[in-house]
Design a protein around this ligand. Sequence first.
Ligand SMILES: [Zn+2]
Length: 89
Amino acid sequence: MESRCSTCGQSYTFDYRPGDELPPHFPFCSQRCKTVDLAKWLDGEYRISISLPNSEIMTTEEKKILAQYLLAEGEVDEVIGNEETDERD
Ligand SMILES: [Zn+2]
């Protein structure tokens, strides 16, 4: 399978067949990139107004999905991510 690392932007391939476990660093190209992404969260580049359960084992995409879900459900007041844009002048 081929995937693209959202930390460094490199495409990478890995062996995967149904039933196999995904690489431990998935969806990143390496454990380093996964750690870098987690560090972004810890540094506040991504912020959420509640603490997420099991956040240390969740990927960025999973957090975003959960955050958006919680926002839609009214469980949180705001979710701030690095893809959010501020429309104010
Ligand atoms: Zn990478």
